[in-house]
Design a protein around this ligand. Structure first.
Ligand code: AMP
Length: 213
C-alpha cells in the first residue's frame, strides 16, 4: 500500500513512520531525511537545500519533486512505500499524481493531529541518532545513556531547526502549504485523522487500525 503520513513537526510522525516501516516492511521515504543525508555528504543538492532548511523554509519544488520521483521508481518501492514530508504543498501533490502510474501514488493519508503547546515541549526535547536516525526525547523517551543511541551506540544530537523560533516558522508553513494538501486528499476520501496527543502505543493502535489491522 502507498501511504502518506502527515502531521506538524513534533507530532510523532517520525516515530510512527519507523513503526510502519518495520511492521509492514515497506520503505520509509522521508524527504527531510533525504535532504539531511545530502547535506551530510555535501552533495550539490545538499548545499542548495541547507539554506532553506536552516530558515525553516521549503526547498524549491523542482529539486524536491525530482528527488522523490527518482526514489519511488526504485525497485524496493514496488511493494508499496510510506511517504513522509512529501507532498507538502498542493503543487507537490499534483506533481506526485502525475509521476505515479494510474493515480495510485497515495492510497491512504494518516493525518496526525496535536495541540501547539504539546508540540513545543516535544520539539525542544527531541534528539536524533547521527548514525541510524533513531528518535529520542529527553523526558518522555530518553536513551539509556545520555547522548548515546540505544540501538547502535551512535551520537545523539539536536536538529539545528528544533528550536521554538524555527518551530513557529515551520508550523506557519505547515498550515499555509499543507492544509490544501489535506483538503485535496480529503476530497478523494483518503484521509484518516489520528489523535497524536495520546501516548505512543495508543497512537500506534489507531494507525494499525487505519491500515486495516
Ligand atoms: P522534515 O524533516 O520533514 O521536518 O524536513 C526538514 C526540512 O526539509 C523542511 O523544513 C524543509 O526545509 C525541507 N523539506 C522536507 N520535505 C520537503 C518538501 N516536501 N518540500 C520542500 N522542502 C522539504
Amino acid at each position: 500500500m502507498n501511504i502518506l503520513i502527515m502531521g506538524p513537526a513534533g507530532s510523532g510522525k517520525g516515530t510512527m513512520s519507523e513503526r510502519i516501516r518495520d511492521h509492514f516492511q515497506i520503505p520509509h521515504i522521508s524527504t527531510g531525511d533525504m535532504f539531511r543525508e545530502n547535506i551530510k555528504k555535501k552533495t550539490g543538492l545538499g548545499l542548495t537545500a541547507q539554506s532553506y532548511i536552516n530558515d525553516g523554509k521549503l526547498v524549491p519544488d523542482s529539486l524536491t519533486v525530482a528527488m522523490v520521483k527518482d526514489r519511488i521508481n526504485k525497485d524496493d518501492c514496488s511493494v508499496g512505500y510510506l511517504l513522509d514530508g512529501f507532498p507538502r504543498s498542493l503543487p507537490q501533490a499534483m506533481a506526485l499524481g502525475k509521476i505515479a502510474v494510474d493515480d495510485k501514488a497515495v492510497q491512504i493519508v494518516l493525518n496526525l493531529t496535536i495541540p501547539f503547546d504539546e508540540l513545543v515541549s516535544r520539539i525542544t526535547g527531541r534528539r536524533l541518532c547521527r548514525s541510524c536516525g533513531s528518535i529520542y526525547h529527553i523526558a518522555s523517551h530518553p536513551s539509556k545513556v545520555e547522548g548515546v543511541c540505544d540501538h547502535c551506540g551512535g551520537e545523539l544530537y539536536q536538529r539545528s531547526d528544533d528550536t521554538v523560533e524555527s518551530l513557529k516558522v515551520r508550523l506557519n508553513e505547515y498550515e499555509m502549504n499543507t492544509r490544501p494538501v489535506l483538503d485535496y486528499y480529503s476530497k478523494k476520501g483518503l484521509v484518516v485523522d489520528i489523535d497524536a496527543s495520546l501516548p505512543i502505543e495508543e497512537v500506534w493502535q489507531q494507525v494499525k487500525k487505519a491500515l486495516g489491522e
